[in-house]
Every structure is written in C-alpha cells, then in structure tokens.
Design a protein around this ligand. Structure first.
Ligand code: TRP
Ligand code: SF4
Length: 403
C-alpha cells in the first residue's frame, strides 16, 4: 500500500447483481481508477445491498461477486493502490447500521426518493420490506464506518449521501459530548500550552459570536498540526470550538461523477434489464455485431437520405469515444448523406475494441486462476476490517457501550 493516513479517504461500493458493462465503466469505474492514485481509496462489493432487491435470487448475487471484482481489475483497479473488500465479511457494518437505526426517524427513510422510485420501477419484486426501507441507512453505515471524506456516486445516489450526513450530524450531536467533555477539553488545551490555549479560546468566542469563517478555518488547521494530540483529542477540540461536541463520525461529501454518460445501444439508459449493453468483457465478435446492429436515425432509410446525428444513438457513442475530427466527420457525412451508417460505425467499433483489449488482457490471469481474486479480496477485507473496528471502538465508547 502506498497510501498514507494523511490522504483524504474515498469510499464507494457496487451491488453484485450481474455482469458489468460499459455504462458502469464510463459512469463510475473509470473515475474510481483515476481516484485510486490520488486518494486513499476503499471500494467494496455491496452484497448485502444486492440482497435488498435480490433476496429471492441469491444465486445471482453469489455468481456475480467475484465476476464483478474481475471486471474491476480489468478496468484497472490495482489492489496495490486501493483496498478492495467484501461487505458481508465485515459484520461491523451491520453493527453500526443497528446503532444508527435507534435514532433515525422513519420519515428520513420514507422520504428518500429512491425508495418510492425503485418500488415503482421494480414492480415484479416485493420491495415493501424492512431491509429495503433501511437500505440508505445501511449505506450510511458503510460510509461512516470508514470516516470517508468523499463518496464517488452517480446523481441518483445524492440523496443517500445527504442522509448519511444527517445521520452523522445526529450521532455527533447525541453522543459527541462525553460526560466529562469539558474536563477532557481542558486537558487538551493544557497540552497546547498557555498562549495557544488563550488564543484558541479567544478565536472560539469570535467564531461562535460572529460565525467568522476565517477564525474557524484557522483553528481547525491549528489543531490539526498538533502532533501531541491524538486524533480523538483533535476531533474533540474541533467540536468544542464549533460548539457541536466531538465529531465521532465524519460527514462525507458526494463526489458526483462528471460522467461521460454512455447510453445503451438503443439510446435508452444502458442496463442489463433492457438488453442494450456491451459488457466490459465482451467477445470481440459480439462487440462488432452489436454495434453493427445498433439502430440509427430512423429518418435515414436509404443511404442517400440525409440524417441527423442528434436523433441517433450511434452519435452518443461517438461523443464518448471519438475525437473532435471524427465527430466533425460524422456530422458532416451524416447530414450530407455522403456515407452509410456502417461506415459511420466503423471508427466506433475500432475504438471500443481498442478500449477493451487491455481490459481483457488484465482480466485473463484472474479468469485462469480465480484463487488470485479471492486472495486479493481477502487481503483487502482484512485491511478494511481494521479501520471498521477502530471506528466501532470509538462509536461504542461514545455511546457508553463499554460496560
Ligand atoms: N447504493 C449504491 C448503488 O446502488 C451502492 C452502495 C452501497 C454504495 N453502499 C455504498 C455506494 C456506499 C457508495 C457508498 O449504486
Ligand atoms: Fe447515425 Fe452515423 Fe447513420 Fe448518421 S450516419 S444516422 S450518426 S449511424
């Protein structure tokens, strides 16, 4: 591991409910791959989450867990740079979920837009379950247990991150002030020395009276640099400064993917249930056939009919895969009917195959030797568990559960 504790932490998860496709790659994975070299990243297989919608189809989940990890590795996630793990092997997630559940108003969960949306969308499944309602709170536990600063997710998940922030705030509000909070703060101030303590108290007064952002920023930075304070002491002092108590749990931020949205072959959202996908590890021949069969602008019946790229799903693919010159060539040739649609699709076929070649090559050793995938997950899960345990010790402590 090259990560250092001072790096900002990123966490995200994916539900193992089937083969990953290019929509996942362009919408999420590509971003994860970039992040792994910039921050300390944890990525996990959300198998419990998959069961909230697939509790009657555990075979789908079971089959998809390691296949999905192979897709991740194919896409370029590097277990030397990031931590990959499996949710259900870290029961601490469930423990935090339970503890958060105690103080979470039902209305918070009922109001999450995905709750009603998904129920309406997935009509063939009975989603009026306790597990499905609780899904976003389990997600909050996934995130908070790693004290993640950033959570790369799609737009559809923004409300889950907002709920996570509320859950963290509520927890800190309820449990962030130990019984002897004031004494502990005084002891930490003592460690800083008289002058520093005085300055900090003055600046706290200013901040609490006027909301002076510069005072806040200065104080947070000042506390952070004091090596003689433990992490818990720093958090407590920062909480004291803000008047909120100690931040036992950290409020994360959504990292909305500026997704180069790749729609499905038919122009609709790419999704396995619509049968309009190209898998991350799709056979070369099949890629070619699928693109050749893509529907085009319906107004272009004969080669001599001019077309409009904006009414064509192939153009959406060009926008993701082709450079400016090729895009100009497409728009020009389409509107002047100077070539047929198969000609227009050829650079796309080449681009997708070129993108996939290194992915297939990276996946091969894992396909040949599935034990390597298990070993990677095992090592990553051990690392993640370490962090989860530390947070839970802190959480139990804050809640007074250390009898
Ligand atoms: N809910 C996410 C999805 O459907 C998956 C997920 C579960 C997740 N836990 C998470 C994503 C924690 C980010 C962080 O895509
Ligand atoms: Fe679509 Fe290209 Fe055919 Fe135009 S020429 S309709 S952009 S496939």
């Amino acid at each position: 591991m090259t990560s250092t504790p001072s790096k900002q932490r990123v966490l995200s998860g994916m539900r193992p409910t089937g083969q990953l496709h290019l929509g996942h790659y362009h919408g999420a994975l590509k971003n994860w791959v970039r992040l792994q070299s910039e921050m300390e990243c944890f990525f996990f297989v959300a198998d419990w989450h998959a069961l909230t919608t697939h509790y009657e189809h555990r075979e789908v989940v079971e089959k998809s867990v390691y296949e999905m990890v192979i897709d991740w590795l194919a896409a370029g996630l590097d277990p030397e740079q990031c931590t990959l793990f499996l949710q259900s092997r870290i029961p601490e997630h469930a423990e935090l979920f339970t503890l958060l559940a105690m103080g979470t108003p039902l209305g918070w969960l009922e109001r999450v837009p995905t709750y009603k949306d998904q129920q309406a969308k997935l009509k063939d499944k009975d989603l009026s379950t306790y597990g499905f309602l609780g899904y976003p709170l389990l997600q909050a536990a996934d995130i908070l247990i790693y004290k993640a600063h950033f959570v790369p997710v799609g737009e559809d998940q923004a409300s889950h991150i907002e709920l996570t922030r509320e859950a963290a705030r509520r927890f800190n509000h309820l449990y962030g002030r130990e019984v002897n909070f004031d004494e502990l703060v005084a002891a930490s101030l003592n460690k800083l020395g008289k002058d520093s303590a005085k300055r900090l108290e003055k600046s706290r007064k200013k901040f609490q009276e006027t909301g002076d952002a510069a005072a806040l920023e200065g104080a947070m930075g000042f506390v952070q640099t004091h090596a003689e304070l433990s992490e818990a002491e720093k958090e407590r002092l920062q909480g004291w400064f803000k008047g909120t108590g100690r931040s036992v749990l950290v409020e994360p931020q959504a990292l909305l993917t500026e997704a180069s949205r790749l729609p499905g072959l038919d122009g609709d959202k790419m999704s396995k249930s619509y049968g309009n996908t190209i898998a991350i590890r799709e056979e070369r021949n099949s890629v070619e056939q699928k693109i050749k069969r893509m529907p085009t602008d319906p107004a272009r019946i004969k080669v001599s009919d001019p077309g409009n790229p904006d009414a064509c799903p192939v153009w959406q693919f060009h926008k993701v895969y082709s450079n400016a010159d090729t895009c100009a060539w497409v728009r020009d040739g389409c509107s002047k009917a100077s070539f047929g649609c198969l000609t227009c699709k050829q650079p796309l076929i080449d681009a997708v195959l070129t993108e996939q070649a290194p992915m297939l090559a990276r996946a091969q050793p894992y396909v040949d030797n599935p034990q390597r995938v298990r070993d990677i997950m095992h090592a990553g899960t051990d690392r993640a568990r370490q962090v989860a345990r530390e947070t839970m010790a802190d959480v139990r402590d804050a809640m007074g559960l250390n009898y």
